[in-house]
Design a protein. Sequence first.
Length: 137
Amino acid sequence: MSSPARRCAAVTRALPLWLGPQWMLGAAAAALAAVALILIPRRAPPPVSPPNYTTAVGEVRHLVLADGSVVDLNTDTQLRVSYTPLRRGIELSRGEALFKVHPALKRPFEVRAGGTLVQALGTAFSVRLPKRWSRPP
């Protein structure tokens, strides 16, 4: 018969690498990284400010907006475009603009100028804000 030392030596064999301590450390690090990615709050993208369009004295500008509407800015004009799923908004703070509105029955096209609101669903019109009603830039 064989001695007990020989039997132990025969039973003891090297473990595969994937069962060793290095594997456990790697798995723990991967689990920790996964938990950290889930728990760390993600930063929201910075808010997007509505586009502003301005013309200098003596300059005119032709714009095609996201919905297909066309705006022709006259000289020394400033406006801001603010579209939402429910409305298409323009704020004219200085000057004059000609609007050719792309029809959209469920999204009215609104132009605010001074204390006046002009609302259209699909037409062409011009809005002029006199200097005395203009807001400073």
